[in-house]
Design a protein around this ligand. Structure first.
Ligand code: UT7
Length: 329
């Protein structure tokens, strides 16, 4: 029996032009460039201004993918948008992107898996291809995190930024390349440590929820840190073992960008050299579901055909996971 594989055949990304640097933040809250650089490793983050949403950034990503591949919107079977900051509570942002990009022959939905959104999304898209149900799947991570950042909370506001990036997955028979394997995990013990209280059906918007700033990110940083600092390496080791691979088989690590200290600890556990660990947190901050596809987009020229890429993430839920991609381009 031949095996259908999902291959990444195009990657695009978009960052809004406006940025907030640490000097600007230190005029808003009691913080400093020195504290943010030493504790988190972020210098600047991009910000999408006005009433634009993730779908506007994703439209640019999708249009560029379609143009580059010379593919008609009618050929897309499925569009998955990974986001915790949808344009609106419903319908899915995937449907809004599809409308803006004139994709009308397929179907789509959103995935909310916190910062692991893209890891869950690429796994889901891959399964739709491997089952034979779809041939061309778009997986986009798109976030306007600055819409839910409390710029009065100095421990949270330096972290997040906006952006969108995504991939086209295409079916290929018996290819040695593509998305090879995945391991995903979740543990609801993390709900209390990282969430947004209001805006859902339990606490719909009221004057009180707005006054109490409950529509913003609530994060207990040190509690999340404790989990994040080990889980990406743990799940990557699990994935390697499942595939009879060694740490030395990894060519590049594309870790979620939440904190440079977490990224470094993960890289060290996996015994990787600095140049194998891809980083953009200094320029982009934490763009949640967009961090990993943005790393793919920015570094694609470095990858050689057959390189083993490990995509790994930890985020709200808690959710975490790791994906092995054998680069095909
Ligand atoms: O992406 C989803 C998953 N999220 C993560 O993986 C985030 C994980 N957590 C973290 O990255 C870190 O916990 C933070 C970056 C959020 C916070 O860093 P931390 O080193 O854990 O700081 P802390 O919250 O333990 O605070 C240490 C000190 C406190 O002062 P005292 O109590 O020791 O006097 C804070 O008040 O640093 C203070 N502090 C700040 N000082 C200057 C907190 N934020 C700031 C700030 N500027 N922005």
């Amino acid at each position: 029996m031949s095996k259908i594989r999902a291959i990444i055949t195009a990657v695009e990304g978009y960052l809004p032009k406006d940025v907030i640097d640490n000097e600007m933040l230190s005029r808003m809250v009691d913080t400093s460039d020195e504290w943010i650089m030493s504790r988190i490793g972020i210098k600047t983050r991009h910000i999408l201004k006005g009433d634009k949403g993730p779908s506007d950034m994703a439209k640019i990503v999708v249009d560029n993918i379609l143009q580059k591949k010379n593919i008609s919107p009618d050929e897309i079977d499925l569009i998955i948008c990974c986001t915790v900051t949808p344009d609106m509570p419903f319908p899915a942002t995937a449907n809004i992107i599809a409308d803006k990009c004139n994709i009308r022959k397929g179907f789509g939905f959103d995935i909310n898996a916190g910062c692991s959104g893209f890891i869950y999304g690429i796994t889901t898209g891959t399964k739709y291809i491997e089952s034979g149900f779809c041939k061309k799947v778009l997986v986009i991570g798109a976030e306007k995190m600055t819409a839910i950042v409390n710029y009065e909370d100095r421990t949270t506001c330096p972290i997040f930024g906006d952006g969108a990036a995504g991939v086209l997955l295409e079916a290929s028979e018996d290819s040695p390349y593509g998305v090879i394997d995945e391991v995903l995990h979740a543990d609801g013990v993390g709900v209390k440590h990282l969430h947004q209280v209001a805006g859902g059906s339990c606490h719909p918007a009221t004057i009180e929820t707005v006054m109490n700033r409950q529509h913003f990110i609530y994060q207990e940083g040190p509690a999340v840190f404790k989990w994040a600092v080990t889980k990406m390496a743990d799940v990557t080791e699990e994935l390697l073992e499942k595939n009879n691979m060694k740490k030395s088989d990894i060519d590049f690590l594309l870790p979620h960008q939440a904190n440079l200290r977490i990224i470094k600890a993960t890289g060290e556990r996996l015994e990787l050299k600095d140049e194998q660990i891809l980083i953009n947190i200094d320029r982009c901050g934490n763009t949640t579901s967009a961090t990993i596809p943005m790393l793919l987009y920015e570094n694609q020229d470095k990858f050689k055909k057959g390189d083993n890429l490990i995509l790994t993430s930890f985020g709200a839920g808690f959710t975490w996971g790791s994906v092995l991609v054998k680069w095909a381009l």
